[in-house]
Design a protein around this ligand. Structure first.
Ligand code: HPA
Length: 340
């Protein structure tokens, strides 16, 4: 038997009088109210659904080279095999660096200056834990309005100056209910929910491949080393997945529940783009989060940046001790400057 054609009404179709056109392609049912259907939009313009990408500039490699050159001009030779991104609470490490030479981000071409209290930006070169290091003391964030390629430019400059191992630290909110403020979390993976990627735009093959692999974004050997050092020094650490969002609003409780369902353990507003760029340039990454608060809805009260920064500071001693132990125990590495 031939299938019977369903009538429009039976199929749930809405009479033409109740359908509003939005542009030439889309239709939308109008809600019916006491005064009859409301017309939502009568424009003949196509519905604009474009996603805005902040593309990396085509001359990104030149900008990296110019920035690296300016650092060397100002500070002298600064080639280092180990790089540190000092997030909230870990800024004090910069003061422990011996023979330190530093340059404010504002004096490095193409760098963006941080506008966030507690994130004052400078690049510091020197010796720490018996190793030659380059530290980014303070970071800029996408939520300040900087495009991802610029937020991550300092990391590229570290690679250009020879950094092979990059230690990234951050403050994060707990999403997994087993985590508590004050915990240190060794990042074993991340989820980039920022809606952006710093590699969008033309790829400069001298910087890295078009499609970098992210399978071992957080280096397994460095993680094992960190675990061993933590155990050796009696520093308790957890391990888990960091979810990066753009911020600057903290998450809603529903978002925190969603992030947990997606498989993340902590949430923050930094790091994921830096790690993507670090992997793009072939650096090995160790990531550590300082858990500063329970994610929205998991604890009492509301979230406050001042409180987050205070807890990060309280945890500084443990985080610093752990990063120091890892850096001290890294094998003899050679800085291999790149020519972007
Ligand atoms: N959410 C996002 N970023 C954060 C948080 C948080 O709860 N805590 C510290 N940084």
């Amino acid at each position: 038997m031939a299938p019977r054609k369903r009538s429009r009404a039976a199929a749930g179709a809405v009479p033409a009088s109740k359908v509003a056109r939005i542009g030439p392609h889309a239709t939308m049912r109008t809600p019916s109210g006491p005064g009859g259907p409301r017309v939502l939009h009568r424009s003949r313009q196509p519905l604009m659904t474009s996603v805005q990408f902040d593309c990396a500039p085509a001359d990104l490699g030149d900008r990296v080279r110019q920035a690296a050159h300016a650092v060397v001009e100002a500070l002298g030779p600064v080639q280092a095999p180990i790089g540190l991104v000092l997030g909230s609470g870990l800024g004090g490490v910069a003061d422990e660096i011996a023979d330190a030479r530093s340059l404010p981000y504002g004096r490095i071409p193409h760098f963006a200056a941080s506008t966030v209290p507690g994130h004052a930006g400078k690049l510091v070169a020197g010796r720490w834990q018996g190793q030659t290091v380059l530290a980014l003391a303070g970071r800029v964030h996408g939520y300040e309005g900087h495009p991802p390629w610029q937020v991550t430019l300092p990391v590229r400059v570290l690679a250009a100056l020879g950094v092979q191992v990059l230690v990234v630290t951050n403050a994060a909110g707990a999403v997994h209910t087993a985590l508590q403020p004050g915990d240190i979390l060794l990042m074993n993976d991340h989820i980039n929910l920022t809606g952006a990627n710093p590699l969008v735009g033309p790829n400069d093959d001298r910087l890295g491949p078009r499609f970098p692999d992210m399978t071992s974004a957080y280096d397994p050997e460095l993680r094992a080393l960190c675990e061993a050092e933590a155990a050796h020094r009696g520093i308790a650490i957890k391990r888990g997945v960091y979810c990066g969002l753009s911020g600057p609003s903290y998450e809603t409780p529903a978002e925190v529940r969603m992030i947990a369902l997606l498989g993340a353990d902590v949430v923050g507003m930094s790091t994921v783009h830096e790690v993507i760029v670090a992997r793009h340039m072939g650096m090995r990454v160790l990531g550590l989060s300082c858990v500063t608060n329970l994610g929205a809805g998991l604890g009492e009260g509301t979230l406050d940046h001042g409180h987050v920064a205070e807890v990060a500071l309280d945890s500084t001693a443990q985080m610093t001790a752990l990063v120091a132990a890892v850096v001290a125990s890294l094998p003899e590495l050679e800085a291999v400057p790149r020519q972007p």
